[in-house]
Design a protein around this ligand. Structure first.
Ligand code: SF4
Length: 349
């Protein structure tokens, strides 16, 4: 990440407040009231695996979804509710609005962003593309609507390898943004000509190879599950490398009793739910030894809480946390997003 982008990320992080501590009685009241207001507002919760377990549980109980960003996009587009409450980060809300312009899309807070999005400003990215007009532009979903509008394809980690393989077979050279670790990973997996933007996820970049090796030695029967936004030295140690959905699938299908998991710890909610008899251990971050306690939780995902979710639902007319996307940009961004959804559906089908 450039020095300028690092400074912007630091400034954003300084503004991320912790959710207020609520008593159990307050939580119960909030949950009841949110359920009631979702019905009254014809609204549905669309939550990411990295949000807090309480938010994921509420989304499931109320007929919403808990998913990766590809599934969230699909669910939001296809669900009949007229209002979407996106529990995640800003680019997810924007994607939902682009795919469903007729729906109202809200987020508990518009301050919830992503270091990959921040680290890929529209103008700098446009200049980078202009320098390489012979390359097919593929951007990760974790980008602004303006960056998506400049792309030929949008992609999520769940279909990144397959898409780059497909483009490589057509003889295309790739310009990839913004995550350099995922870009390097797909380049290594496919052998394609991939030129990467210098961006990184502040959560995954903190996983440390030596600490992971030490932890693996302490749990000899454990399988190591790693998200490809992690550095190559960490990816190399993995038994399985994959998107959030792919890691959850591995946790449920593999025979191991214990898993060391290198991605945001919000994912433990779904893993434990689907594999209640297995043990999940956080991969170490930022420390040098196996005893280092991980702090792998995205500060922006953590901004989605019961209190701000209810505040959005209580405010019938307020537009404070509503997502709007410039219609011209939305039209341009819709094309690479549609390609992503079609490609993903073909892979599934
Ligand atoms: S975990 Fe990383 S990639 Fe995901 S939203 Fe947070 S900063 Fe962005």
């Amino acid at each position: 990440m450039t020095v300028q982008a690092q400074e912007i990320v630091r400034a954003h992080l300084a503004g991320t407040g912790e959710q207020p501590e609520l008593t159990e009685d307050q939580r119960s009241l909030y949950r009841q009231r949110i359920k009631q207001r979702l019905q009254e507002r014809d609204a549905v919760l669309v939550a990411h695996y990295y949000t807090d377990p309480e938010i994921q549980a509420l989304a499931e109980e109320t007929g919403g979804c808990v998913a990766d960003s590809l599934e969230m996009a699909r669910f939001g587009r296809d669900h009949p509710a007229s209002t979407l409450i996106v529990e995640g980060v800003r680019f997810m809300g924007e994607t939902a609005k682009i795919l469903s312009p007729e729906k109202r899309v809200f987020m508990p807070t518009l301050e919830a962003t992503c270091s990959l999005d921040i680290g890929c400003p529209e103008d700098d990215f446009a200049a980078f593309c202009d320098q390489h007009p012979d390359r097919t532009v593929v951007v990760y979903a974790n980008t602004s609507a303006a960056v998506k509008a400049r792309a030929d394809w949008v992609v999520t980690s769940s279909i990144a390898v397959e898409l780059i393989e497909h483009l490589d077979q057509r003889g295309e050279k790739i310009l990839w943004a913004p995550d350099k670790h995922l870009g390097s990973y797909v380049r290594d997996k496919t052998g394609a000509d991939v030129l990467c933007w210098d961006g990184a996820c502040i959560v995954h970049e903190e996983f440390k190879a030596q600490g992971l090796l030490d932890l693996k030695a302490a749990h000899p029967g454990a399988a190591v599950l790693v998200h490809p936004e992690s550095p190559a030295s960490v990816v190399e140690i993995a038994d399985v490398v994959g998107s959030t959905s792919q890691l959850i699938k591995a946790a449920t299908e593999m025979g191991n009793d214990t898993f060391i998991v290198a991605t945001d710890k919000g994912i433990f909610y779904k893993m434990q739910q689907l594999a209640p008899n297995k043990t999940f251990v956080e991969a170490p971050t930022g420390g040098s030894g196996a005893q280092c306690r991980s702090c792998a939780h995205c500060p922006w995902m953590a901004m989605n809480g019961l209190e701000n979710t209810l505040a959005v639902l209580e405010d019938d007319n307020g537009r404070g946390q509503e997502i709007f996307v410039d219609p011209t940009l939305a039209e341009q961004a819709m094309k690479p997003l549609d390609r992503m959804l079609d490609f993903g559906a073909r892979l599934k089908g």
